[in-house]
Design a binder for this molecule. Structure first.
Ligand code: 5GP
Length: 181
């Protein structure tokens, strides 16, 4: 066993240990069990949203025991012509996903704006259905209507790092989740 620091400093900020490793793993197992049950006949495509979801996705997908495909995407937004407004693009989505059950794998859903962008693009690709799996959900900030099918842990409005989530590029490698103090 090695000891885990209760308080850590990242750049100019202090963070306190918030969600321990075992609690994260238990939440992931629950989501995986549900996905295994609900999507067993679907041959789902998991779309992992980089960068933040990489550690969650690795742990979640090791517990998925049904046939599936896995792909990695990044969301890019740019301003198109004045008539089209903001254009959202999913970088890395090269395969044909028409007719497929797609599971978006996110690290955290806060306001839901990122999710809305992703779903907006996927809706134009004739997918069969879209499911959402997130490790963390901030229910008080979430403003959208999309159902979060597989939600690991709900937290308040606080800012968290670790387990894939960063503060200014740092802290993604932390094994546990820390909260800003
Ligand atoms: P949204 O508001 O669009 O749901 O979330 C946007 C993005 O903000 C998330 O994908 C995540 O990258 C980032 N984010 C939201 N809350 C937190 C947080 O507490 N910690 C960190 N590190 N990122 C967050």
């Amino acid at each position: 066993m090695f000891s885990v620091s209760e308080i850590i400093t990242i750049k100019d900020k202090k963070f306190k240990r918030f969600i321990p490793h075992e609690q994260i793993q238990a939440a992931i197992q629950k989501s995986a069990d549900l996905i295994n049950r609900e999507l067993k006949n679907e041959l789902p495509v998991f779309l992992v949203v980089l960068n933040g979801a990489f550690i969650f996705a690795a742990d979640l997908l090791k517990e998925i025991n049904i046939p599936c495909e896995i792909s990695f995407i990044k969301v890019a937004s740019y301003h198109g012509t004045s008539s089209s407004g903001t254009v959202n693009e999913l970088i890395g989505l090269t395969e044909d996903i028409s007719g497929r059950t797609v599971v978006i794998v996110e690290d955290i859903v806060d306001t839901g704006i990122t999710l809305e962008k992703i779903i907006g693009v996927l809706n134009k690709k004739n997918v069969k259905q879209i499911k959402v799996a997130t490790l963390l959900l901030k229910p008080r900030s979430y403003k959208k209507e999309f159902k979060i099918n597989y939600s690991g842990l709900s937290i308040g409005d606080e800012f968290v790092v670790g387990y894939g989530l960063d503060y200014d590029g740092l802290g993604r490698n932390l094994k546990e989740i820390y909260v800003l103090v």
